[in-house]
Design a protein around this ligand. Sequence first.
Ligand code: ADP
Ligand code: ZN
Ligand code: MG
Length: 654
Amino acid sequence: MADLPESGSNKNRQKKLWDNEDPKKGAGVHKKHGPFSFINPRQFNFSIWYFVVAFFLLTVANQYFVRPPEKSVDYSEFKSLVRSGKIKRVEMAERSLKGYPYTKQQAPAVGKKAGTDSAREGIYRTVPVADPQFTRMMDSTGVEYYAVPQSDGSWMGILVSWVLPFVIMILVWNLITRRMGKMGGGVMEFAQNKARLVAEGDVKTTFADVAGADEAKEELVEVVDFLKNPGKYTEIGGKIPKGVLLVGPPGTGKTLLARAVAGEAKVPFFRMSGADFVEMFVGVGAARVRDLFRQAKEKAPCIIFIDELDAIGKSRAPMAGGNDEREQTLNMLLVEMDGFDSRTGVILLAATNRPEVLDAALLRPGRFDRQVLVDKPDLKGREAILRIHSKDVHLDESVDLAVIARDTAGFAGADLANIVNEAALLAVRAGRAKVSQPDFMEAIEKTIAGLQKKGKLINPKERRIVAHHETGHALTALFTPGSDPVQKISIIPRGFSALGYTIQTPTEDRYLMTKDDLLGKIDVLLGGRAAEQIIFGEVSTGAANDIDKATDIVRRMLTDYGMSEKFGNMVLHSRKGPSFLGDTGPVSREYAESTQQYLDEQTAAIIGQRYRRVLALLTEKKLIIGKIAGILLEKETINESEFREMAGAPKAGA
Ligand code: ADP
Ligand code: ZN
Ligand code: MG
């Protein structure tokens, strides 16, 4: 029975993760899809500055090199210049008059400085006065004149009328093209960008690259076989699971395993991370899902692998106001999963380290109906993983991988790969050509400190408590008549809730339980805490889950199964009020207040009595507890036959 729930702080951390998404991933998403992500900042700056500078230079050039100097004059002087023939051409605007000392034909070529004498004298400029005589006078003297739309030619004018629209245009154009790229073109290009399609034979990873996950491998062998010979299964009419969910703590090799399945089956492998689907624009994630499945069907047989499924698969909020985009994406995923037949040869693999947050709809039959647990490796597994990763590392004779494996209890595969690398770096830093055992020891120490800080590793004292606690469960089960045999004891943390576990497998299917069976179950549940009490003289919070279960059984015996002395054969109903948004209403009982008190007292009495029995039993076995716990600390897992032998019990089945 899994027990020793993670400490309070860990729970909080998990709760936080739930609220905020994975911090690592969250950051990634944010960086990638910031509010202006559709404008690539570098490109954006480049294009704008390019135009601004070019325009500035042109204007300056125009002002100082091309155009002759302008001279402001009074209107009366301007008029007399026209009359005297000095001004041969007049440009009329609403708020300015310009007089050129040459006609259109004489005008200097653009870009060249005016060569004529008159040109060098420059242009006259004035502010017009309401003077209807003026045009008539120009007609009579034969001066060319024409009107232009308003432009006072000032810097501000140029800026407002020319540069600004230009800038705005560039901005808008930039925005539109990026957005289009995201919405339309992006989906087209997505095969290249987002789902890394590894063509047949390209996946080099095989099961040989994965160690210490034998149970998971066994389950996946069938998937590989199906992908290799789909006919074998479809002819018989058998159904292969559509979706396989790899569940396990981070760094245990889930991604590696998925890759290995593709490598073994030699089929294309589409890998996407859940975060890839969570886009800024509503509908894009859903479009990606659709496209992913469409492509996969074309390449069948193949594997779709959705890493970090929890990023899209989080349970949908009970109220409105959740993340619409994520919900749409999830819905599309569900639709696509229902829409394809595993006979098409597409297998969907997914990985998550937080299965508890997944939407229940994802786990229904026909979807991810098969779950494969990828646990942290045990002693042997760790040694094998170390061997794989140190294959290409030069080790000197002092290195003993078995010793390293022993000192790295609780490490995941990724941590071990990291240790090998770290040790190699230490050797290089010391100027040695080969890695030595002390390098490894130093690397382990560093990593342990880091992992403990992150709450991923339990300290040695806690491990001792867990070992004795689990042994207590197992021994109680062994010496409780009618109890299911112990199949496995382990102190490898199960990641999510348990620091250790004891698995009991029933020898046969059971639909009925006698009162003694129930009491036996309670005893086994209390065995963990009793062992702690006996060995350490104090109890820990590790038994919280056990106590919860034991209390529940006792309560049910009294209220549901009619097993109490006073109210035998009578059911004592208590109804929960209607639930509203996850909160349950007040509990209404169909019995007297005094009965409730009786129930509480009886519960306490039964549990107390059972606990005393277990204490007596285990005190007698104190030496055996110590012995088995010691072996457990060293080996981390003990199987059924080993356990029976150590406990001095007859062989199973005898
Ligand atoms: P997860 O997806 O479960 O978080 P990964 O598959 O990404 O873990 O593992 C990260 C790396 O750690 C792998 O690339 C591999 O080098 C190493 N690793 C993890 N588990 C194992 C294992 N069981 N056997 C060999 N290497 C492993
Ligand atoms: Zn327990
Ligand atoms: Mg992974």
